[in-house]
Design a protein around this ligand. Structure first.
Ligand code: ADP
Ligand code: MG
Length: 446
């Protein structure tokens, strides 16, 4: 065999080996091969990329040449002196890129006059220049920005649903950063979950049901679309309202329950049920609402009164539920103010926000509120092919792209039946209710 054919065989074997490595164990391939190459090329191309993306600034620099009279590299200026002042493009200083699970992260020093917003505006251009799926910008402190590049969309495929052993804390999916997406009702008590039909709202509710079913909590459902969504889960639900009349009764019960729990807390000198001794602590209740708008929509004038009462009761639950262990998870296609003033007030109480794919920009704005405008852009860019992808805000004031684990109705139904024995009966929960609405004004002031 000639030398050339040996070499080409070695090269082919190396390429095949690398390809197989990448395919079978991407994480180790990325850290040991992909990342070092990427880090070097990102650093090497940074001047060009920064220039192309409009992130450079002109600065005056002294320029020195050994050959006066030569033509400068631009070809335009004839250099007359050895030293002269020239304007050069300076790029923001870049630290060494660090590997992350799905890409890399790098810290930059902003140049004078730049804000993190300038980098956010350039994020899409940066992503294209680097050939990555997305670049996210954050600013840990003034003068620094961190660019987080994800090579491929990590949300195209998410793994399986893990168990959630901690009380009221369910890992429902995965964030774009690779971290788990956790809904923790004890940190963020009330949630809004918006999205068009087929965007993955019910899937997320299923994930919550599966996660919470084995825990010592009571689940309550409001499903005014005739109960089609939640009736299959009724073995694990302590109460289910499928009509307006039922939902009013159930909401009244919840309000009375809060008043009662408030009395218990006051007697024990506790501010909330978690400060009570375990023997006295009432069971936490998670309230799932399938289509929020149904609670507010009026078929005819005669319902006006009922709707006003529903709206007030729901708002009270939201205002006081946190301290007394009643948590809301409201799903809806629209959460707009067109549903009435009650919705706006309710929205203000729900600090957890989830926005799945939406059809109109208003819903995204309503759901995500005054988050950073790029969050709204991201929400509107969620493709229909990836149901379950959502923009999530809550826990830490930041927003993330995330995707829920796929949880079929059958899985949720199975969990509901398996843990049916853990569902406290509603009669048991509401037994010995003594509180009346008269205590409420005092409560609301507290
Ligand atoms: N995270 C996910 N991963 C994969 N498929 C999903 C996911 N979430 C939802 N789906 C699929 O998308 C479809 C619509 O989801 P669904 O939760 O019923 O939407 P919605 O309640 O918003 O109308 C379902 O068929 C479901 O199987
Ligand atoms: Mg649905």
């Amino acid at each position: 065999m000639s030398d050339a054919s040996v070499w080409s065989a070695v090269l082919a074997a190396t390429a095949a080996g690398l390809w197989a490595w990448r395919r079978w164990h991407y994480p180790s391939f990325w850290y040991l091969v992909g990342y070092p190459i990427t880090a070097v090329s990102v650093r090497a191309s940074w001047r060009r990329v920064a220039l192309g993306c409009g992130l450079t600034k002109k600065r005056q620099r002294w320029w020195f040449t050994t050959v006066p009279g030569a033509i400068a590299s631009t070809g335009i200026v004839r250099v007359k002196r050895r030293f002269q002042r020239v304007a050069v493009d300076t790029k923001p200083f870049m630290w060494l890129p660090l590997p992350t699970r799905y890409g890399w992260r790098v810290t930059l020093h902003t140049l004078e006059g730049q804000t993190p917003g300038d980098y956010a505006d350039a994020a899409e251009r940066l992503a294209h220049s680097w050939g990555v799926h997305a670049v996210r910008v954050s600013s840990p402190r003034p003068g620094r920005v961190v660019l987080q590049a994800t090579i491929r969309d990590p949300l195209v495929k998410v793994d399986h649903f893990p168990p959630s052993p901690e009380l009221l804390r369910v890992t429902v999916g995965r964030l774009e950063t690779g971290k788990p997406w956790i809904i923790d009702f004890r940190t963020v008590p009330h949630w809004l979950n918006a999205g068009a039909t087929q965007s993955g709202k019910s899937n997320l509710a299923n994930a919550l049901i599966v996660g919470l079913a084995p825990q010592p909590v009571a689940l309550v459902g409001f499903d005014l679309k005739g109960g089609v969504e939640f009736t299959p889960y009724s073995p694990r639900l302590s109460a289910l309202a499928t009509s307006r009349a039922e939902s009013l009764t159930l909401l009244d019960d919840l309000v009375a329950l809060m008043v009662d729990r408030m009395g218990v807390c006051r007697q024990a000198g506790a501010r909330n049920i978690w400060q009570l001794p375990p023997a006295l602590r009432p069971v936490p209740i998670v309230v799932l609402v399938d289509e929020l708008a149904e609670l507010y929509l009026m078929a005819d004038k005669s319902e006006k009164d009922e709707i006003a009462r529903t709206s007030t009761a729901l708002l009270r639950v939201a205002q006081l539920g946190r301290a007394f262990g009643i948590y809301l998870f409201c799903c809806g296609q629209r959460i707009g103010s067109d549903l009435g003033p009650g919705v706006t007030a309710l929205r203000a109480q729900c600090s957890g926000r989830i926005c799945h794919r939406v059809n109109d920009p208003e819903t995204a704005t309503m759901t995500l509120g005054d988050l950073d405008p790029t969050a709204l852009v991201s929400a509107r860019a969620i493709p229909a092919e990836t149901p379950g992808v959502a923009i999530v805000a809550g826990q830490d004031g930041q927003w993330y792209r995330a995707r829920s684990f796929y949880v079929s109705e059958a899985t949720a139904e199975h969990a509901a039946r398996t843990y049916a024995h853990l569902a406290p009966s509603w009669d048991e929960i509401t037994a010995h209710l003594t509180g009346t609405d008269a205590d409420l004004p005092e409560l609301l002031d507290a």
